[in-house]
Design a protein around this ligand. Structure first.
Ligand code: ZN
Length: 150
């Protein structure tokens, strides 16, 4: 495993649309393991592949001591609304208020290509939306009602 560099706002990579994952082998597993180590060191909630310079539709979320790996994620359902604050490892030293759905249902593949469905509410739903946006080149600051310095 290795810690990868987290690219920062201003880098073009963060603004591109990521490509579908078609490789569920060693190279992707290595990327996922590196992303986990990178996320752990950065003490973050989630990390998307474009944040480490790889334009693939992959993100990971750390939740209650577990890592959830989502490859080729797609929202099946979004409902409700919540207001809250979020930050991003690619936008250092800031946080902002963003309106997100309260509840989401997401379909994705695991590192072996097996499909699964996951539902989330509140904080976790927010994390899914934030990470998913990265795969389309969107940052939370684009959606934020306000952005403040830490
Ligand atoms: Zn982010």
């Amino acid at each position: 495993m290795a810690i990868r560099n987290i690219v920062q706002i201003g880098d073009d990579t963060l603004r591109k649309k990521s490509f579908e994952v078609t490789d569920f082998g060693e190279k992707t597993h290595q990327l996922l393991d590196d992303m986990k180590e990178t996320l752990l060191k950065a003490d973050g909630v989630g990390l998307a592949a474009p944040q480490v310079g790889v334009l693939r539709r992959i993100f990971i979320i750390s939740y209650q001591g577990q890592y959830l790996e989502c490859l080729n994620p797609e929202f099946i359902k979004k409902s409700g609304e919540q207001n809250g604050e979020e930050a991003c490892l690619s936008v250092k030293g800031k946080y902002g208020g963003v309106k997100r759905p309260y509840k989401v249902k997401l379909k994705a593949q695991d590192r072996y290509g097996n499909e699964f469905v996951v539902s989330a509410t509140g904080f976790l739903a927010r994390a899914f939306c934030h990470e998913y946006d990265h795969l389309d080149g969107i940052l939370y600051v684009d959606r934020a009602e306000y952005v403040k310095e830490n």
